[in-house]
Write a protein of this length. Structure first.
Length: 513
């Protein structure tokens, strides 16, 4: 499988892997998809490998990155189907109190029944390697995974993203993956995303892609300034950055668009005027990563009112594209470049328009052969006659808005209708949420999972299955060491979700004072 000929070509990461055998595996998944997904009593095994198989030096910039493997614990809620079995593999063991916390929320299934169908495995390895690489180094562990798959089971692997490492694991286990073939990785880079948007005739920030080094960066920055003499800032993005940690902001305060030596002056002062978003990433290391992965430069989008929404889509194994949700992202860090959380659904005045753009992009990605979940991020500017939406990147993987929406769906049995911009539940009810992976305070350090659950129970802030509102915690394992955790606060409206969020923070702050 290769990228479309209209896109710039990238290296095929899977050249050394048996693509034909992998394609046969994937075809078996599409053949059995309807039986697996529509029959609640189908005997199936889902192997969850929550590996962030990415550049580990960039990933180390994220505090508690190893505990991001816990974000896919939302998939434990799939155990509500009484014949579904889950195998969940992590780098280090997950505390049993965290598992019990998820299982007690299962509707219509006892925690005991669900626990019999859940197998937890660990590599007992906290090193910076990706989880999938750790599993591949442990043949006995792989055999234990294989032993959990019964002969008649419909089985597949669920991952955060798919690289050649995940392909090797799938072939070793003889189980297909619900995710995009690595040969299409280029579509999910910052450069590939811009090429897709341009091909579809969408608005996108003025900029340049396929940049390789400081000289090309300086040339591109100079062209941005000449094109827009009033431009104050530009954004540099490494092609495979994560959660905004691969971004940097360039400031044009010292430059004149009429300077005949503009590009050379920018090059001479690039280190002085470039602010790397990740605080622990030096200019030298950032440029080393940029030269290794390449990247883009584009205008910093400004306006009186600017939002950062996203659209989450999925292409299922039989090639049906779906718009799953819309969100308004909560951003922080240098000039709002780091993803902190999200509000579901996106603002009423533009959520349907975003869904339409997402549907158009999903249709093109289907044509290119993409499979699985992905999200499209936007910068949206309010204008006199409405909103203008600039798509800025495609995240060809599960992302920060995936696990909150999965939690909402499995807890409330609803679905999002993008044409109406509404989340639909039984009896005409609806729900909203505010989620974050970055609830963090030094005061929270030392809290164990047991402490957190005890605090939540005593202060009546746990998710209430009867009311279908409340807070769901995740990444609980990061709390004691890093003072960091994630939350999904579900309410009948965004306002109620915000009240639950604020109450939860107030409770934690008071208990840890």
């Amino acid at each position: 499988m290769a990228t479309d000929s209209t896109l710039s070509s990238g290296p095929l990461f899977s050249d050394s892997i048996d693509n034909k055998a992998f394609d046969v595996l994937e075809q078996s998944f599409s053949t059995n998809f309807y039986e697996s997904s529509l029959d609640e009593l189908a005997q199936k095994t889902i192997i969850i490998i929550p590996s962030l198989t990415m550049d580990q030096e960039v990933l180390r910039l994220v505090k508690g990155a190893i505990h991001y493997e816990e974000r896919m614990l939302c998939m434990l809620l799939m155990l509500r189907s009484p014949r579904t079995r889950l195998v969940y593999v992590t780098s280090v063991p997950i505390d049993h109190s965290i598992i019990d916390y998820y299982l007690h929320l299962l509707p219509g299934v006892t925690p005991y029944h669900a626990r019999q169908r859940l197998t937890l495995l660990s590599c007992y390895d906290a090193s910076p390697k990706s989880l999938t690489e750790k599993i591949l180094e442990r043949p006995r562990l792989m055999q234990r995974i294989k032993d959990e798959i019964k002969d008649k089971d419909l089985a597949h692997i669920a991952t955060f993203n798919v690289t050649p490492h995940e392909m090797k694991l799938a072939l070793a286990l003889n189980v297909p993956i619900f995710g995009c073939h690595p040969d299409l990785w280029y579509i999910g880079t910052k450069t590939g995303s811009r090429e897709i948007f341009r091909k579809l005739g969408l608005d996108l920030p003025f900029g340049f892609e396929n940049l390789k080094d400081e000289n090309e960066i300086a040339q591109a920055l100079a062209k941005l300034k000449i094109n827009n003499p009033h431009l104050q800032k530009a954004v540099l993005k490494i092609n495979e950055g994560f959660s905004g940690e691969g971004n940097a902001i360039f400031h044009f305060d010292h430059y004149d668009a009429n300077d005949k030596d503009l590009a050379q002056n920018i090059l001479n002062n690039l280190q002085r005027d470039l602010k790397v978003v990740a605080p622990s990433l030096t200019y030298e290391l950032y440029m080393e990563k940029f030269r290794s992965m390449e990247g883009i430069v584009e205008e910093f989008v400004t306006g009186d009112v600017v939002e950062s929404p996203s659209v989450q889509c999925r292409i299922n194994p039989v090639g049906e594209p779906e718009v799953m949700s819309t969100h308004d992202q909560i951003l922080g860090g240098e000039d709002g470049q780091v993803y902190l959380g999200a509000i579901f659904p996106a603002k009423k005045e533009y959520r349907v328009d975003l869904g339409a753009i997402g549907s158009k992009i999903a249709g093109e990605l289907k044509r290119l052969g993409v499979l699985g979940r992905f999200a499209v991020d936007f910068m949206s500017v309010k204008q006199a006659n409405g909103w203008k939406h600039y798509p800025i990147e495609i995240n060809l993987r599960k992302g920060g808005t995936t696990h909150p929406f999965i939690m909402l769906q499995y807890l409330t049995d609803g679905f999002y209708v993008w044409q109406e911009g509404a989340y639909m539940m039984a009896h005409g009810q609806t729900r909203s949420y505010i989620s974050s992976d970055n609830v963090q305070s030094d005061k929270y350090k030392g809290l164990t999972p047991h402490d957190l659950i005890d605090i939540a129970m005593c202060n009546h802030i746990l998710y209430d299955g009867a009311k279908q509102t409340g807070v769901m915690f995740h990444m609980i394992g990061a709390l004691s060491e890093y003072g960091k955790l994630g939350m999904v606060c579900i309410g009948k409206s965004v306002e109620e979700a915000r009240e639950i969020y604020n109450k939860t923070i107030a409770v934690l702050d008071r208990e840890c004072a």
